[in-house]
Structure formats: C-alpha cells, structure tokens
Design a binder for this molecule. Structure first.
Ligand SMILES: NC(=O)c1ccc[n+]([C@@H]2O[C@H](COP(=O)([O-])OP(=O)(O)OC[C@H]3O[C@@H](n4cnc5c(N)ncnc54)[C@H](OP(=O)(O)O)[C@@H]3O)[C@@H](O)[C@H]2O)c1
Length: 232
C-alpha cells in the first residue's frame, strides 16, 4: 500500500527536501504550501522528477485551509500515514534581549510554530488514526533546548531572543504530550532537530544541506514499530 505523506511548508527549504526524500521512497507526497503558485511549482518540480507529488493548499494559521486540506485527503485517500509539521518562521528581532521583546512578535511566531502545529495535528488525527502505523514529525530546533541556551559552555549560549527559541521549546513539550496521549496506539510522535541548515530561513548561512536536514525528518517519519515516541 502506497504511503501518503503530508509535509507543511513544503514549497522550499527543508520541507521541499523532505517531500522529495519521502517521494523517492515511493510515497505519495502532499506538498503543503500556503501560497498556491509556490506550492504548485514545488509539486510540479517533484512530479517532473518522477515522484507522485501533489500540491495541497495549507496555511497552518488559517483553519479554513486546514479543514479544506483534511476534506481533500479524506476524499482522495481516506487516511494519512505521515504528517511532517515543518512550516516555521523566524522573526528578525532575534538579537533582542528578553526585556526588549515585542509581544506581538511572540504572538506571530507562536501562531505558526506552535498553534499551527496543534491545529494541523488535531485536524489530521482522525486520518492518521486510519493509517496502520502513522508517524508525526514536528520539526523543532536545538534552540528549543533550555539546557543548550543556558549552559555557558554551549555555542548557543549567545542567543538571547525569546520568540523563536520559546516556540520550539513549546513545540518540544507539545510533542511529548501527544506522544503520551497516543502511547497505546501505533502512532509515533517525535521532534526533529535538523541542525543549522542552508535555507532562506537564515539567508542560506547554515552549514548543513536541506537534504541532510530532511534525512532527520525521514528517519523519524519511517520509524519501525519498536522505534521511540516522544523523543525530542
Ligand atoms: N534552517 C535551519 O537552520 C533550521 C534549523 C532548525 C530548525 N529549522 C526548522 O525547519 C523548518 C523549515 O525551515 P527552513 O529552514 O526550511 O525554512 P524556509 O526555507 O524559510 O521554509 C519555511 C517554509 O515554511 C512555510 N511557512 C511559513 N509560514 C507558513 C504558514 N503559516 N503556513 C504554511 N507554511 C508556512 C514557508 O512558506 P512560504 O514560502 O510561503 O513563506 C516555507 O515553505 C522550520 O520549522 C524551522 O523552524 C530550521
């Protein structure tokens, strides 16, 4: 049975690389994107490489697009095997100290990186439960680690801003809670740490390739039945 995988924010960067890698494994990949033309272009690119890729419009901050995507997947496939919650944003007040934090920026970042993941996951859970052994991958970050950001010996100690690191720390907790709720089901929920990756996210300054980052997502998306759940 061909597996069905949905990746949010799949029109570029790590999401596109993840869609390509899962497609190369023979899966049907649903290229989630908030912008129709960018999403169509990405799906076309993958289809041109011989992969079964289809665009699904999905803005993780817009409940109506989430519900429309659920309706589409329900009608076409009746189940979802893999959900990669990849869509994420970083806002540029990254050098601000906590005392200079703009509250609106936290709202904006949490809207996508945190609330968006919960909204998409909850909407797709009925379809994920229809799959024999669904996998949920939440794309997190090492900057979501409280230990890494507070250890003076850590290279990440220099980071001081609140919105993005706090959003990924919240995502880690959310991942753990879903894994706990679903512990008696075949569904596994894990958080991926792609590492510092060359994408538009950081003006292509990362030292890992999107393909290397995608490999982390793919490993968690294809965990065997005895693999972990709730790993951060
Ligand atoms: N790059 C890194 O070093 C790094 C490290 C650790 C973790 N991560 C995480 O990896 C994930 C992917 O990042 P990336 O580096 O590939 O960044 P990217 O190249 O900027 O791609 C981000 C993707 O998310 C999409 N997106 C943003 N807001 C969205 C929304 N509301 N609904 C749907 N899609 C939305 C973007 O769509 P548009 O094109 O429409 O904007 C884009 O497709 C993020 O969760 C990020 O936090 C990245």
């Amino acid at each position: 049975m061909t597996q069905i995988a949905l990746i949010t924010g799949a029109n570029k960067g790590i999401g596109l690389a993840t869609a390509r890698a899962l497609g190369l494994l023979g899966m049907t990949v649903l290229v989630g994107a908030r912008d129709e033309s960018r999403g169509q272009a990405a799906a076309k690119e993958l289809a041109g490489e011989g992969l079964d890729a289809r665009f699904v419009r999905l803005d993780v901050t817009d409940q109506s697009t989430i519900e429309a995507a659920v309706d589409l997947v329900t009608a076409e496939f009746g189940r979802l095997d893999i959900l990669v919650n990849n869509a994420g944003i970083l806002r540029a007040d990254g050098t601000a100290e906590p005392s200079a934090t703009i509250v609106a920026t936290i709202h904006e970042v949490f809207e996508t990186n945190v609330y968006g993941v919960v909204a998409v996951t909850n909407a797709f859970l009925p379809l994920l439960r229809q799959a024999p052994a669904a996998r949920i991958v939440n794309v997190s970050s090492e900057v979501g680690s409280i230990t890494s950001l507070t250890d003076p010996a850590s290279p990440l100690y220099v980071l001081t801003s609140v919105p993005y690191p706090a959003s990924k720390a919240a995502l880690n907790m959310i991942t753990a809670m879903y894994a706990k709720e679903l512990r008696d089901t075949p569904i596994k929920v894990n958080a991926a740490n792609p590492g510092y990756t060359r994408t538009d996210f950081n003006q292509n300054s990362g030292f890992r390739t999107p393909e290397q980052a995608a490999a982390v997502n793919v490993e968690l998306a294809t965990l065997p039945a005895d693999g972990p759940s709730g790993v951060l």
